[in-house]
Design a protein around this ligand. Structure first.
Ligand code: LRH
Ligand code: MN
Length: 407
């Protein structure tokens, strides 16, 4: 690879730039439709005039981010919010996908919002509610088939708030039954990604609270079931990259919901609090891929809610940060590291890993974008595009009217 490398300051030699570029060629990031909408916390929602509230506006905003970054070809859909009529809305969504050049991505059932889910969905003691939840998830399998989406990624808020108020083992049994029926309904090639979360909205026990529970449920459900790791769904002291390493080794990792947090499931912008955490996760994946000599079958998805920052700018920040950190993880000399780990050369091994993290790949990423005919600085390009001004004018009326308080 010769000419395009001219002008890149020589901190990174050609070989390393090539490694970074190869990694960038591979990385694709799926954006969440709900990340473009007005969201808040239980203490309120600060409405943004430019926010997307229709599925058309969400596709439009996702297409703008894809236009500027070139690496976000799919949009994750949350069925109750994006396809309120269920499978009947699939045709409309397919048309929007064609119009905006962004494919429907993972299909997220919603079995946590409706009143009937007060005591849970698939884990609810009431068989009628379990049936209702199951029927919704089976509709989502249908929607995924109609839209050509591969992944069904349900998250269950199921759990309890007080010791003794529910039978944890019976609920586990109900969950297993429900997930087995979902797995039986999957089409060939579809995947069931089971997401775990330790707490919230349940504050005593959550039925699928950690990676081990999701792993066991996925194994029991069947060969098309895998675990989804939402980086915000861990206790502070948990070693997330160790969980990722185990799930890789077990070939049970299906995908990620990337975000960042300082305390709990804060859903902040990726790498805004702990970029080294994301780097360590990317490293475990790329070291595994180097050992296996193949790319791991992982869906890199974002799950964030931008309560204060501009939503499209936050998405562009997220994608740029992910690219910079993924490119850095590609700079790790896996061969050397493997040897040093084997020899227990602790400091040199650590420095081989950290050394890559200290490398500033942003220049190489800019040059990669230039070589792809993409704007070197997608955030600046977005600000120059007039897109925000246009959608703000179009959407202000509708959005400003809709303020929502806690109670
Ligand atoms: C739950 C969760 C889940 C989504 C929701 C928007 O905290 O991470 O993935 O369905 O956020
Ligand atoms: Mn999530």
């Amino acid at each position: 690879m010769a000419a395009p490398l001219k002008g890149i300051d020589r901190v990174m030699d050609d070989k390393r730039i090539e490694k970074a570029w190869k990694a960038l060629d591979r990385l694709r990031i799926e954006l969440p439709s709900w990340g473009f909408a007005n969201t808040g916390t239980r203490f309120g929602k600060f409405v943004q005039a430019a926010a997307a509230s229709t599925i058309e506006e969400k596709f439009s905003d996702a297409a703008e981010v894809h236009r500027l970054t070139g690496v976000c070809p799919t949009l994750a859909l949350h069925v109750q919010w994006d396809l309120p009529e269920g499978p009947a809305d699939a045709e409309k969504v397919e048309a929007l996908s064609r119009k905006f050049g962004v494919r429907p991505g993972s299909i997220n059932p919603n079995v946590f919002q409706n009143q009937e889910y007060k005591y849970g969905s698939l884990g609810n003691p009431d068989p009628a509610v379990r049936r209702k939840a199951l029927d919704h998830i089976l509709d989502c399998v249908e929607i995924a088939a109609l839209l050509g989406s591969r992944d069904l990624s349900p998250w269950f808020a199921d759990g309890s708030n007080y010791p003794g108020s529910q039978n944890i083992r019976k609920r586990l049994h109900f969950m297993e039954e429900g997930l087995a029926e979902v797995h039986r309904a999957l089409k060939p090639g579809q995947r069931l990604l089971i997401e775990y979360k330790p707490f919230e909205p349940a504050f005593y026990h959550t039925d699928i609270a950690d990676w081990g529970m999701a792993y066991l449920l996925a194994r029991k459900a069947g060969p098309q079931a895998f675990v989804l790791v939402d980086t915000g769904h861990h206790y502070q002291a948990q070693n997330i990259e160790q969980i990722v390493a185990w799930l890789l080794e077990e070939r049970m990792i299906g995908g990620f919901h990337f975000n960042d947090r300082r305390y709990a499931d804060d859903d902040l912008t990726l790498g805004s609090i702990d970029p080294y955490q994301v780097f360590r996760i990317f490293h475990e994946i790329q070291m595994y891929e180097w050992e296996q000599g193949r790319t791991a079958d992982i869906a890199y998805m974002v799950d964030q809610s931008h309560n204060l920052k501009g939503k499209i700018e936050s998405m562009i920040q997220t994608v740029s940060t992910a690219q910079a950190l993924y490119a850095r993880a590609a700079l790790v000399d896996h061969e050397r590291l493997d040897r040093l780990q084997q020899d227990c050369s602790l400091v040199d091994a650590e420095e081989t890993l950290r050394g890559a993290f200290w490398e500033d790949t942003r220049r190489a990423v800019k040059e990669w974008r230039k070589a792809k005919g993409l704007p070197e600085d997608p955030l600046e390009a977005f600000r120059q595009s007039g897109y925000l001004e246009r959608v703000t004018a179009e959407r202000r009326e509708k959005n400003i009217g809709s303020t929502a308080g806690y109670a």
